[in-house]
Ligand binder design. Sequence first.
Ligand SMILES: [Zn+2]
Length: 308
Amino acid sequence: MTSFSKMILRIAAVLCLLPGGLAGCKASGKESSSAAGQPPFMSAVASAPPQTSDDAPPSDKTGGFDGKRAFAHVAKQVSFGPRPSGSEAIAKLQDYIQSELSSYGCKVEADDFHADTPIGRLSMKNIVAKIPGEKPGMIVLATHYDTARSARDPHTGEVHPMPTFVGADDAGSSTGVMLELARLLCAKRGPYAVWITFFDGEEAMHDWSDTDSRYGSREMAARLSTSGDIKKIKAFLLADIVGGRNARFLRESSSTPALVDLIWSTSAKLGYRRMLSTKSVPKRWPSPATFSWKRSSSFKRGRHSTWQ
Ligand SMILES: [Zn+2]
């Protein structure tokens, strides 16, 4: 089995490992103050019961991935409060991510850059743990780690600020997953290099658009394109919003079909078939902010345990 296949096995397992939904993570009382000046779904999130990591599968059943550790990373992120790009809280998270990666023996690189946004020029930072391989080419595993400032109400079209949005699931869950994967993978060597990447500025500063979103990944893509390294990427796997209690994932329709097939077939072999739908994400998928609103509406109707 190739190291890539092993990694995909772990990723597939990871989808099931963030235990019990994450909406109940406490943010130093941040949620309880969400009623004032906040969209109505926030109070629903605040009333969700706290979750624990007790039902995480043991790491000897998951190739070493420790769901409790991943959950603890989520709780830590939430404890910093809302973490939009350019905030003091995200600076604390950047320090946390870098110090955790260093403690695992990862080679860590940070790209500090500035982005011109609708709310001004902001400092941002992409963080990459680079694990060398034995031959040319790399596999990129990625998440963003910033949290949203606002969301669009699909019914009224209005953009609402979310000053108390602490992002346990978006993007705390995937950041916890990538940190735990880094702990495992930085100690290994495979045929291909692995870059575990933490993007800043994925969320819109005002309203999601091609120019107001994904500042970090666009920055990295531009740098990789300029250097020529973009041709060395064998596979790119992005995780985001992976911590729902009853998470069920649609097939991503704009991705490389062979990679999606590999994840789906491997996950089924590992016993996680119930988490994977055979349906595809619609081609015209709503913007993430709109999606968040829709999920929050479902949450209020009791269909989803978490969206945040
Ligand atoms: Zn996200």
